[in-house]
Write a protein that binds this ligand. Structure first.
Ligand code: DMJ
Length: 457
């Protein structure tokens, strides 16, 4: 694959100075704007809890103050996911200790089976952006080692990846998958191809997307919600823009932009037309995207949720600012139902169906994209509202906790690594001076790890 030249200027060091001026607003004062130092302080608070009670583990349980690991051996989910946010926030001391931990302890040589999707978006994406922001080649070496160990997932009869892979033996499993777990690799694997000069990573990730796209229904243009990667048969005909599918759509557009790939551009154009034709629905003057049957194109489930809330950002990135703005208003209405968003609502009845809130970032991600493109302060005010509710309802004495039920506020004892990678990063960027971050110079992976649009050879 062709490598592009041109350097990308990340002047994140400027951030620390530019953003930590003597402006601060106390948490809870609803009439004062939020400044980025407040978000940075909350990042420090949560990182402090991780450091004290879960150092070297994947995550902290923020109520019981115990560590949590996904597998038998820690993959340092939190430090790797958090690292580029520290760089962006100008957290020098935290960055140094996280880097030391990652470079001295992170290993993939374990006889254990891991979920390819989660490890790709969090660890592979985190290591690649760490390398690009920091310049240390050891991050890249770790990324390459990980990708090489995971590559066997693509050795299915269709080229669409299996869900799990043993990091030492390369043994794969999990043939029943879905669009997100099939088609969310081109940004990370493609960046690795650029950085190593080896096209194999890009080719395998792209083939998976092409295989998925070509199995769409020829009349509706819709893919399904579940697929068997051995046979290529759909296992679920129901498709929406949320969980299980979401980031496949995201990577069609972002892959097209990051690699200037005409095939992906075409696939994105066909896909977004189908989604707008069949999934978009007006209810009481609000725009929503429901779940439809891929074969009939009819909406079968009028539901939308916190994962779907990334879609305004994607619409905005694709140039459809009008639908993006309208959908973001619907997301705000969803948030306002209970003063924090439920995982899933019935948008025709405006009632919560799934009531958890696991500290998700998508709604603030969309506020940030819309603010970037429009400069409309309304999106910052919206973000302030989200931020105040998040702090008020999810903060614990050692970090932040998801909610089991947004109606009662009962906490879940979980602080996912994406809270550091995405949620806090997008709040920080939304409240920072726009010129402090080169938004147009990067493409964020689905875990908010910024990947450079153009790189030096
Ligand atoms: C993240 O891990 C990624 O954004 C993924 O694509 C789906 N959403 C979670 C956070 O909500």
């Amino acid at each position: 694959m062709k490598k592009l030249t041109l350097g990308l200027l990340f002047s994140m060091a400027l951030f620390a100075g530019a953003c930590s001026a003597n402006r601060s607003a106390s948490i809870g004062s609803a009439d004062l704007p939020v400044f980025p130092d407040e978000v940075r302080a909350e990042f420090r608070h949560a990182w402090g809890g991780y450091k004290k009670y879960a150092w070297g583990h994947d995550a902290l349980r923020p109520i019981s103050r115990r560590p949590k690991d996904w597998y038998r051996h820690s993959l340092l989910m939190t430090p790797v996911d958090a690292y580029d946010t520290m760089v962006i926030m100008g957290l020098t001391a935290e960055r140094a200790e996280a880097k030391d931990l990652i470079l001295s302890r992170l290993s993939f040589d374990y006889d254990m089976s891991v979920q390819h999707f989660e490890v790709s978006i969090r660890i592979l994406g985190g290591l690649l952006s760490a390398h690009q922001l920091d310049g240390d080649p050891r991050f890249l070496a770790l990324a390459k080692d990980l990708a090489d160990r995971m590559l066997p997932v693509f050795n299915s009869p269709t080229g669409m990846p299996y869900r799990y892979v043993n990091l030492r033996t390369g043994k794969t499993s999990g043939n029943l998958s879905g669009p997100a777990e099939v088609g969310t690799y081109i940004l990370e694997y493609g960046t690795l191809s650029r950085l190593t000069g080896n096209p194999v990573y890009y080719e395998k990730a792209k083939r998976a997307m092409v295989e998925l796209h070509k199995r769409r229904n020829p009349d509706t243009g819709l893919v399904g919600g579940g697929i068997d990667v051995d046979t290529g048969r759909w296992t679920s005909a129901v498709v929406g823009v949320g969980g299980g599918v979401d980031s496949y759509f995201e990577y069609l557009l972002k892959g097209a932009l990051l690699f200037n790939d005409p095939d992906l551009k075409q696939m994105w154009a066909e896909t977004i037309a189908a989604l707008n034709a069949h999934l978009a629905e007006e209810v009481n003057g609000r725009l929503w995207y429901g779940r439809a049957d891929m074969n009939t194109g009819k909406i079968t489930q009028p539901v939308f949720g916190s994962l779907d809330a990334f879609f305004p950002a994607l619409l905005a990135l694709g140039g459809d600012r009008d639908r993006a703005a309208r959908l973001q208003q619907s997301c705000l209405a969803m948030w306002n139902l209970h003063g924090i968003e439920p995982e899933l609502i019935d948008y025709r009845r405006m009632t919560a169906l799934v009531t958890v809130y696991p500290l998700r970032p998508e709604i603030v991600e969309s506020a940030y994209y819309l603010y970037h493109y429009t400069g409309n302060e309304e999106y910052r005010r919206m973000g302030e509202r989200f931020w105040r509710d998040l702090v008020r309802r999810c903060r614990t004495s050692v970090g932040y906790s998801g909610l089991i039920d947004v109606r009662t506020g009962f906490k879940s004892d979980d602080m996912e690594s994406f809270f550091f990678a995405e949620t806090l990063k997008y709040y920080f960027l939304l409240f920072s001076p726009p010129e402090a971050f080169d938004f147009e110079g990067v493409i964020f992976n689905t875990e908010a790890h910024p990947l450079q649009l153009t790189i030096d050879e």
